[in-house]
Design a protein around this ligand. Structure first.
Ligand SMILES: CC(C)(COP(=O)(O)OP(=O)(O)OC[C@H]1O[C@@H](n2cnc3c(N)ncnc32)[C@H](O)[C@@H]1OP(=O)(O)O)[C@@H](O)C(=O)NCCC(=O)NCCS
Length: 144
């Protein structure tokens, strides 16, 4: 099931952050997102433990996907797609007209996942990432 992320989940989320990302978010980042960011919406995919997670910002009629991760041990079983489908459903429910996200240019797997959900590559953001330095692709899905 997909449910709202709570503070008690953060230990597991930070483990996954370190497993999945070369510049992992910190506990302070997550505290802020869960407790203080009025635009933040964070969920976990919980199937006998946290298998994946998704972060969104929703502001007016725009949504940004801030993070998406699935435990390496259970990747390629459709969990990433399920979390992305949740984001699309949430966007519809909230009347969002456009969804954007950034992804490393080398991340062909995530790019493929987003494209199969209807996202298009809009532009390149030079040197967007560090550790290692890399460009980002800005992707966008028009909802209406
Ligand atoms: C990206 C990520 C969330 C995908 O999660 P997942 O649960 O493995 O994804 P799914 O099983 O739902 O499916 C992913 C799709 O990519 C495809 N895929 C798998 N490996 C691939 C590869 N090397 N290149 C291209 N496509 C690939 C799968 O076939 C599937 O496509 P399909 O539905 O058309 O068959 C996961 O790999 C991850 O956590 N990566 C590290 C963190 C990350 O990069 N997050 C995205 C940041 S923008």
């Amino acid at each position: 099931m997909i449910r709202i992320m709570v503070l008690d989940d953060l230990e597991s989320i930070l483990d996954l952050e370190h497993q999945l990302f070369s510049s992992p978010w910190t506990i302070e980042n997550y505290h802020f997102e869960l407790m203080q960011n009025p635009f933040g919406h964070y969920v976990v995919l919980d199937e006998e433990g946290i298998k994946g997670y998704l972060g969104l910002w929703i502001h007016d009629d725009a949504m940004q996907i801030t993070t998406l991760g699935v435990d390496l041990q259970v990747q390629n079983r459709g969990y990433g797609k399920k979390l992305l489908e949740y984001a699309l459903l949430k966007a519809t429910q909230e009347g969002v007209s456009v969804i954007t996200l950034e992804v490393r240019v080398s991340n062909t797997k995530a790019t493929h996942l987003y494209e199969s959900a209807g996202f298009r590559q809009i532009t390149i953001r030079r040197d967007y990432y560090s550790h290692p330095d890399e460009d980002a692709v800005l992707m966008l899905k028009q909802m209406r």
